[in-house]
Design a protein around this ligand. Structure first.
Ligand SMILES: NC(=O)c1ccc[n+]([C@@H]2O[C@H](COP(=O)([O-])OP(=O)(O)OC[C@H]3O[C@@H](n4cnc5c(N)ncnc54)[C@H](O)[C@@H]3O)[C@@H](O)[C@H]2O)c1
Length: 260
């Protein structure tokens, strides 16, 4: 029987994929520490878990502010110790924009939170994991890691996160730390639902362009993250794994008359 993580830090654990991941680890008996900008919702998720007899805590966190990341990491390391796993799920999505019209301040904000935030958070805990000689980190990539998209700040950042994952895996592997990424397809989280409701995403097009003809569920991403953090995945490091209901394998078919 493989050992699972006992202490897990989940950023963005107040909602969506992060929340599903926090719930999956907590259900396995792990203590889950949630960090999120949305303190009200983060505290509620942690309280829910504790009321159900599971172990969870919440600390406020702004991934766009270095001092906030540092304070969060110091609090967690001092109070709970070195985590077995860090899941970098905190992040922001983007609506479609055109290169010549995009607001550069939005680009900067997306990069600060999604890329720089992941880097700074991983460094804050990666140093302690390397000293301890063990640990595993999961970054959140996307289909835009592999395909061009009109979400420019988001897509450039998610492509960069694949490389960051590989660099961290190469540098920290000799210290016993594994680093992988998941690349979820269109996943029905509150952030995605809000974009469907506002007309920013076309749910029928997503379903038609996915081999499995449906959206991904947050718990399916959480289950994959749980696997990648477990010793069942002990030889896996540096990969970016799509969880996309077959969207990537279907895209090229749209150029041909005969559709699957
Ligand atoms: N939903 C999808 O289809 C999809 C697909 C691919 C990748 N992803 C990625 O998965 C991750 C989670 O997305 P989601 O759909 O669950 O979104 P979500 O909005 O439901 O959850 C994201 C969480 O991150 C938090 N957050 C945002 N900015 C933050 C900041 N500055 N500091 C700390 N926390 C912050 C939010 O408060 C929220 O709780 C993101 O990195 C996203 O890019 C999502």
């Amino acid at each position: 029987m493989a050992t699972n993580s006992k202490l897990v830090v989940v950023t963005g654990g107040a909602s969506g994929i992060g929340e599903a991941t926090a719930r999956r680890f907590a259900a396995s008996g792990a203590k889950v520490v949630i960090g999120d900008l949305n303190a009200e919702r983060g505290k509620k998720v942690a309280a829910d878990l504790c009321e159900s007899g599971m172990k969870a805590a919440f600390y406020p966190l702004d991934l766009g502010v270095d001092e906030s990341i540092q304070l969060f990491a110091e609090n967690v390391l001092r109070t709970h110790g070195v985590p077995d796993a860090l899941v970098n799920s905190g992040g922001i999505l983007q609506n479609a924009v055109r290169l010549l019209e995009m607001n550069v301040a939005e680009f900067d904000r997306l990069f600060d939170v999604n890329v720089r935030g992941t880097l700074m958070m991983s460094r804050a805990f990666g140093a302690a994991m390397c000293d301890a000689g063990a640990g595993t980190i999961i970054n959140l990539c996307s289909l835009t890691t592999f395909r061009a998209s009109a979400q420019i700040g988001y897509a450039v950042g998610k492509a960069g996160l694949k490389m960051l994952t590989e660099v961290m895996a190469a540098e920290w592997g000799p210290k016993g730390v594994r680093v992988n990424a998941v690349a979820p397809g269109y996943t029905l989280t509150p952030a995605m639902q809000a974009r469907i409701d506002s007309g920013e995403r076309d749910p029928d097009a997503v379903v038609q362009k996915s081999a499995l003809r449906r959206f991904v569920r947050p718990d399916e991403v959480a289950e994959t993250i749980f696997f990648l953090c477990s010793e069942n995945a002990s030889a896996i490091t540096g990969v970016t794994l799509p969880i996309d209901c077959g969207w990537l394998v279907t895209t090229a078919y749209s150029s041909y008359a005969a559709q699957p």
